[in-house]
Design a protein around this ligand. Sequence first.
Ligand code: SAH
Length: 262
Amino acid sequence: MSGFRNMRRPGGVDLVGAGPGDPGLLTLDAAAALEQADVILHDRLIPEAILALASPTAERLYVGKARANHSVRQEALNELLTQRAREGHYVVRLKGGDPLVFGRGGEEAAALAAAGIPVRIIPGITAAGGCAAYAGIPLTHRDHAYRCQFVTAHRRAEETGLDWDALVGPHQTLVVYMGLHTLAEVCGEMVAAGTAATTPAALVEHGTRPQQRVVTGTLDDLPQRARALALESPCLLIVGDVVEARTPPAGIPAEEAHGAGD
Ligand code: SAH
């Protein structure tokens, strides 16, 4: 075993945050848990460079995540976690970013605890923190934003849209997770709710990964720019004047994109 502390706990499950993609953003405990796990369940956002830290003898289960059919899959997944833990394995449920930020970590922890499985949660760097840092966009700034809110544009089917009045306005930053597929609606709704169409906004695609792209614009033109560049998931939307306070970090391989026609 390496110099990491011992995380191994047969019969238990750890919900481990893998961060937004760059293996350097794993915590020491997350790396140790990965290295020591008997069984690893991960979803599609986890890059191979992180999975490579797992022991070659570990059982690796890919539990892909489609945008539909969540609840059925979630039950089967909880069942699988419980079963593997009951077999006496040390099980790591590896989740992108932080398990408790739009990751359903709370639901998984509750289901496991209800089944009598000891569960721990190891935090990770959430996409907002990772993408902001690697794009050089401050989430708060003494001149531009004294509040920062994280929302998701993807909700349970029975719920309607977001309460934009409470979310956007001067001197604040809004970070929208899972917003790519609804980008045009989200930007349009913000403007309809009274936010200036000229409000700066940025999309960070594949944040913290070698192929990261950052596209900046305004609420008005960002959807069209994103389409022109064929941005794909995962993408994080950052809205607010902080986007203009951007300082692209030195030495980060960022294939910059400033939108079509720039
Ligand atoms: N638990 C995760 C979020 C899961 S929701 C976390 O804390 O980061 C998935 C959404 O997160 C994606 O649709 C995207 O909006 C965002 N996301 C995750 N990783 C990302 C990355 N590397 N770059 C850009 N956005 C990312």
